[in-house]
Design a binder for this molecule. Sequence first.
Ligand code: ZN
Length: 502
Amino acid sequence: MKFQNVKEALEALKALEEKQWALSHAMNMIVYDAATAAPKNSAEGRGKTLGILSAYMYELIAAPENTEMLAYLRAHEAELSEEEKRRVALTEKNCQQISRIPQEEYTEYEMLLNDAQAVWEKAKNENDFPAFAPYLEKIVAFNRKFAGYYNPALPAYDALLNEYEEGMTMAVLDVFFEKLRTAIVPLLEKIRNAKPLNDDFLRRFYPAEKQKQCAEYLMEVLQIDRGYCGLAESEHPFTDNFNNKDVRITTHFYENNLTSALYSVIHEGGHAIYELACDDRYNQTAIAGGVSMGIHESQSRFFENIIGRSEAFIHAVYPKIKEFFPEQLADVTERDFYEAVNRAEPSLIRTEADELTYCLHIMIRYELEKQLIAGELSVSELPEKWNRLYLEYLGVEVPNDTMGCLQDTHWSGGSFGYFPSYALGSAYGAQMLHFMKKDLPNMEEKILSGDLSDIKRWLGEHIHRHASLYQPSVLFEKACGPFDPSYYVEYLTEKFTKLYKL
Ligand code: ZN
């Protein structure tokens, strides 16, 4: 393919982007259906279809004419807009991603992960870490090697971090986690000696049917247009975005737990709000959709914790929640409810952790991953090190590996460098809150009245509409200056000191 001019090359780029979107739309829809609606014995046919569609995707992206087209556009960069340059850069990254790992190693790794998933599940159920250890050793070895393919100039773990949060480094994270540790570990110690908050009533019987109605009500409060956003049930809550006019979120209703589903709806709702507010102009281009894991989590955690667990928000929604469950909540005041959803208690399981202790769970994983990838910690030493860190940071004894280092699916899935984005997201959100308050002096009153429109407008203006146009750090800095974990530490300290009257 020879290009006469930039316009022609841009048309080829656009055609590639659109085909990619269409294929991933189809594949994501099949995966989404598998998690929500497909009958349980339907995996075989789906596997075949997905295999064929993935092969089409590979052919599409690995096609030699893409290299030619991207090289042409690179050579004519002076004639491209910022937006076009970013599209070229992101498409290039995508194309290189496929060719950067030798095909036979990639296949071997995929097979390893496939086996590791089943072995991990069994090992977790049977508390048998030694059964999983040889697989984890191989996964770690592959990741160390792949890091060299991704970016040989970087330390291995930095190269892996970069896969989830473009530009993130251990240097930034070391400072971040150190700040968190020195502030939160002593704060938690004080909380342990303070009067505990009661949340027993959250485990009364709450019929799923009523919880569903309540979830719909919360979608209304979040001002999510149900014409563009589905809400379904799945084993684990997640968000899938097909495009900015079709986002699907899921939740799971537990009848002996009122807040699990409600807060997962607010969390996934935060992801949906981001995707739905991406500017139309980027649709079906490499720029469409949220920019990174960290920025995405900043949005979901902002709505879930900073807004959703605030006194003002509880004031706004509690009367209505009580209407759905008049008997269960008959003896529960607004204050009781606020305290219950913010109860901080060191625990063993990350996914059930509260707002304050959550980042300590992440910090432990960060330290372990860093050492595993650097070769400073062997897989056989992992359980012991895990347990020691849980005791040191959270003050809890880990009774077995099932509730310890086997609890998360990330490592068996080969995701090293992914965990930190959860904690980063929380910290990004706190810094956004600080700057948002400056721009919206009557933010508190608006939340008290249940009106989140100003907040959504602020986030839309500074974060959402830009989709993936800027690198995460650039987007973040434009919105609220260079990343500074002090905002998050201050936010947590202030909130929990007041809550527990420390
Ligand atoms: Zn999330």
